[in-house]
Structure formats: C-alpha cells, structure tokens
Design a protein. Structure first.
Length: 194
C-alpha cells in the first residue's frame, strides 16, 4: 500500500499545478477521484454526476485521476488483487450506465436487468480470455455494453453508450474491437464441441 501511495504521489508531483483543474491543486483532484473509486469499489449508488456537480470537477479530469490511481496500485496488489480492484469499478460503471438508460426510458426495467446480466456475463468471459486489467474500466464497460446491446437488439446508439461511459468515439471503437475479439475467442471452443 505504501509503494502504491508513493507511486501515485510521484505521478501527480511531476505534473504542473493546475493541470487537472485550473482552480484546484492536483492533490484535491486525486482525493476526489479516490472517493469516487472507493464508492464504485464498494458498490455505492453515487454517480459521476454527483461528484462532478457537488465537487465541481470536470469529468475528463476526474477520469484521468481515477485511471492514474488504478495504475499506481499495480505496484502492489496484495490487499485487493489488481484485476478485482479494476473489475469492481467496471461492474459499477455498467450498472450506472444501465440505470441512466432506464431513467431516460431507452430501456424498460426488465430490459435493464437483462442488460446488466448480459454485460456481466460478457465481462467475465473477456477477463477469462485475458483482457488486461490495466485497460480503462470505462472503456471496458462501454465495449461490453455495446456487445450486450447488440445481442439484445436494443435501440441504444454507440454515441449514447460512449457518452454514458464518459469516453470518446475513438476509445469506444478500440475497446469494442478488443472485446469483440475476446468474445469470439471465448465462443470458439463451444462451436468445436458441437
């Protein structure tokens, strides 16, 4: 844990003051990001919007700080294994996205439950096939979500999924391609057995 904290400290110390937010010091951004990650890891229902609006942090700065915190934990993962540390926020991100779609009436309550179930199933399959735990949890959630949406024939666009995950179109395409390949690989043994 100490090594992870040192790695994180050295990361933000090397950045100029104000890089994450012109009105706040880097440390404040990292503290907010750590609270945001802790909420996701514990399954708390708080959303990114709450952190953005109540703590006045722009989404891209919050996301960047979250990813740096996760990478710093690669130094030592004896408390919570790194793959599990990253998977928890990914699952929470999936649930948050599905809740947002339901609030906007893009899916029904039943469809939301099935969407989350299918996403978790796809996520488990991709991790089993070797999806790197250090990749962005938001990108992973978006890629898995797009696959599940296609499977279920739901009318949710790629841009709506990318927006809900807080990533851009390019990141969305990259993560979707990686997940597509891993899901095809996970299904291929089943085809051979039949």
């Amino acid at each position: 844990m100490k090594q992870a904290a040192v790695a994180l400290y050295l990361d933000f110390k090397s950045r100029p003051i104000g890089e994450y937010n012109a009105d706040r010091k880097n440390l404040q951004i990292f503290l907010i990001a750590s609270v945001s990650l802790a909420a996701k890891a514990m399954g708390d229902l708080r959303t990114d919007r709450e952190f953005e609006s109540k703590m006045f942090v722009r989404r891209e700065k919050l996301l960047d700080a979250e990813e740096r915190i996760l990478r710093s934990f690669a130094v030592q993962d004896s408390i919570i294994p790194l793959p599990e540390l990253v998977l928890r926020p990914t699952r929470r991100q999936i649930e948050s996205m599905a809740e947002g779609f339901a609030e906007r009436e893009l899916v029904s309550s039943d469809e939301k439950e099935e969407l989350v179930r299918r996403c978790h199933s796809h996520l488990d399959a991709t991790v089993e096939k070797g999806l790197a735990p250090k990749t962005s949890y938001r990108g992973r959630a978006a890629g898995v979500m797009l696959n599940a949406v296609r499977d279920l024939g739901l009318q949710i666009s790629e841009m709506e999924i990318a927006r809900a995950a807080g990533i851009d179109k390019k990141s969305m395409a990259t993560n979707t391609n990686v997940i597509d390949a891993l899901l095809k690989e996970s299904k291929s043994p089943e085809r051979k057995e039949r």
